[in-house]
Design a protein around this ligand. Structure first.
Ligand code: ATP
Ligand code: MG
Length: 389
């Protein structure tokens, strides 16, 4: 095997922007591989709607490709000249030491000048495998499939397609502020927007010194894990912004506001602060791990009251997921074990036993009149801390 052939699905149909997406993907692949071997730098290139990676080092590990958004699938391939005799020879060498009885050929021709159609290639190469190796064709359920891709200059042959994560290349769809709590849901929400190419800046509210520093450590660890989905060149890092939230909570508690409204008020403050951060970071949306009806603050009625505090769009990639589904995804992306480490949660500090599931906007707004909202927000932002991970 001397090449990896990477295929991308959706980028192929992005019309005029196709080049932009392809270049992003190439850069992301280079950045991901460069972590391991610097000299591989110039061996990634685009040809005929696919990306080729030249293999130069047998010890290089390519697992990282499984986390690069934009890749539909990839394959370890042998290349040869795009001449039918060469393809025939290569196909025989590729499988002659393999144990199998049945096979099929799956040829694709992206060079339409090639004299044979895909079907004719299938037939021709199939015939030679039957004759030379005494194997049987089985189109429906073969033991092995020989994939052949004919491009302008070369043909690539391989036996296995390895699934990529799909989606759009990291950092190709603008920037969002991801509200990262340290729970199970928000890291999964991060995964899904990243999958669609959104660059994420992480925002974590903590109640230190009223709670321990655990939640901050958890947020850092989660960003570290999520970094595997953002192939970054060495000097770039993810930004995690830490906002102290205890002062705001204390003010809400001491202002004699109906305690059942506390959680909704906390969330309105979080959203306002996140909106301000989005302005400075030039981000276009906020992203949360909310799922409709999961807890009191996530009923549609309360979502409406919370969102009324801001103008910026809020994306909720998990709104239709059940908890079980979110947990399954969290396990798959390796955030689950970190998310379930016990720690005191900001939202549960001074939280009432029976929060309102349908807060009344008028009452919420008049309660906020007892607070100096602007001032509290400004103070929290001044005391914020940026960590690069
Ligand atoms: P999660 O598992 O993500 O913590 P949750 O089920 O505990 O979610 P909530 O606590 O109501 O639900 O939080 C809903 C969303 O609000 C979170 O997914 C997250 O996006 C945001 N959020 C909550 N608390 C914080 C926090 N301390 N810092 C940053 N974002 C937060
Ligand atoms: Mg939570």
């Amino acid at each position: 095997m001397n090449y990896i052939v990477c295929h991308y699905a959706e980028i192929g149909i992005k019309g005029k922007n196709r080049k932009f997406f392809e270049e992003k993907l190439i850069n992301n692949i280079k950045a991901a591989l460069n972590i391991q071997i610097p000299e591989n730098w110039e061996f990634v290139k685009r040809i005929s709607g696919r990306i080729l990676i030249k293999l130069t080092n047998k010890n290089q590990r390519f697992d990282v490709l499984k986390n690069i958004f934009g890749i539909a699938y990839f394959a370890f391939a042998v290349s040869t000249k795009n001449e039918i005799e060469k393809i025939q020879e290569t196909a025989l060498t590729l499988v002659k030491n393999k144990e199998f009885k049945t096979f099929r050929i799956s040829a694709k021709r992206s060079d339409k000048k090639f004299p044979l159609s895909s079907q004719e290639i299938n037939e021709k190469i199939g015939e030679s495998v039957v004759k030379n190796l005494k194997k049987k064709v089985n189109l429906k359920n073969p033991e092995i499939t020989i994939f052949i891709e004919v491009t302008e200059n070369n043909a690539f042959l391989y036996l296995e397609k390895i699934k990529g994560p799909g989606g759009l290349p990291a950092n190709s769809s603008g920037k969002g502020i991801l509200l990262l709590s340290g729970g199970i849901d928000s890291p999964v929400a991060a995964y899904f927007v990243k999958k669609r190419g959104v660059e994420t800046i992480y925002l974590h509210f903590h109640s230190y010194p009223f709670t321990s520093k655990n939640s901050i450590e958890k947020a850092k660890d989660l960003v570290k894990i999520l970094n595997k989905f953002s192939p970054m060149e060495k000097r770039q890092k993810s930004k995690l912004i830490l906002i102290p939230f205890a002062e705001i909570q204390k003010k809400i508690v001491s202002s004699k506001i109906d305690e059942r409204l506390r959680v909704v008020l906390y969330r309105r403050f979080m959203m306002r602060i996140a909106e301000k951060i989005a302005e400075t970071e030039k981000a276009s949306a906020l992203i949360t791990g909310e799922s409709i009806g999961q807890v009191a603050s996530q009923t549609l009625e309360n979502i409406k009251v919370i969102e009324e505090a801001i103008k910026i769009p809020v994306l909720r990639p998990l709104c239709g997921f059940d908890k079980e589904e979110i947990i399954a995804k969290a396990r798959e992306i390796d955030t689950f074990e970190t998310s379930i480490i016990p720690c005191d949660d900001t939202c549960s500090l001074f939280a009432p036993k029976n929060p309102k599931t349908k807060a009344n906007l008028k009452i919420v707004k008049s309660s906020e009149k007892k607070l100096n909202v602007k001032n509290l927000i400004a103070k929290a932002i001044i005391k914020s801390e940026i960590v690069l991970i």
